[in-house]
Design a protein around this ligand. Sequence first.
Ligand code: KE4
Length: 427
Amino acid sequence: MNRKKSHEIFSHAQQLMPGGVNSPARAFGAVGGEPVVMQRGEGAYLFDVDGNRYIDYIGSWGPMILGHAHPNVTEAINTAVRQGTSFGAPTEAENTLAELIIAAVASVEKVRLVNSGTEATMSAIRLARGYTGRDVVVKFAGNYHGHVDSLLVAAGSAAATLGVPNSPGVTAGTTKDTLVLAYNDVAGLEAAFAEHGSRIAGVILEPIVGNMGTVVATPGFLKALRHLTQEHGTVLIFDEVMTGFRVAYGGAQSLNGITPDLTTLGKIVGGGMPIGAYGGKAEIMDHVLPAGKVFQAGTLSGNPIATTAGIATLTTLRAEDPYPRLEQLSERLANGLIEAAASAGVPHSLTRVGSMMTLFFNGETVTNWDSASRSDTAKFGKYFWGLIDRGVYMPCSQYEALFVSAAHTEADIDKTVEAARAAFAEL
Ligand code: KE4
């Protein structure tokens, strides 16, 4: 594929921005080569600056569940933008979006809008600590919650030891109260609560993980989590930035039946514009300033254009209910990828929930970071390039989820499977 212009623009970008990108996930670090510079999106497709078309399975890392440039969203934004882009004052659109979120996510009685998923999780952690007066927070290896200092932690040597920073610039002091446990490990959870229970302010997890590839929490793990947090007065935080409105209109919690105390949201809730949100029990949320004393603020929080995009997206999802069709298309894709990998004799496993899934280059079922990390990332990289050179744009890392949108068609899925067969044949 000719990507001459893309190369020129990216070479220039590297002189202007670290690594030439504004988020490392886009830099193709995990698959090698240069990222493709995109010009525009339309439905299920992205078009790069050289005019190449790609069937898009990243969807901006989750937000574009309706597909790119959905008319309901673009027209709503066009109308809103003529009235101004930001006032720094309350607007009715914030009420409308808050009401849509509260109506959709059963555990959310009150919500605060912020500007990103990171802001949502950072604020939820601070709220859990402020509400309980405790310091320790539990997270799980392979779960990503944005670039929150206290959550940029590598697992300590033993499961029950407190974490160590995993990024320069994050101080030992910031991570000394973060406990990193193994996902889906009930015994480890019980041991940690036995040792630290009275000090644990909150537990945060992706109830369906997207950030080690797609990994599902077992019912036993979720039940133990809810029981132990209840028993110890710990705040249970579901990070649904990726799964919210993705796996179901009510998020992962509407599928697994577990009610968290707080939920963080992002991505789809902003329809591709910068939005995050955290919400939950009013009794907890009313501790947030100015109702309570836990400080959190943001110049552009609840921004009129971002809230408009979010409202248009959620109202379209609620009205059109694309989830049954997303299930059909996603199952078709999953079956096709499995068949392509199997016929090429490539060890693989695939985990899917609704329209998010990951094909692991790993013969075992992936249940935690340890098993995910045994995937053949080199083979994944070759598969990735085999696809992108055939016009299929997959997430550029084994440790991400791919997303099907409501704009994809059976023909797109079949073209993708055909390209995958050809890519596997070259492995
Ligand atoms: P943002 O700050 O990127 O809006 O959200 C952080 C975040 C929080 N929680 C979960 C479960 C998330 O998946 C994310 C962000 N996801 C990554 C992709 N896996 C965003 C891509 C990127 O960093 O560029």
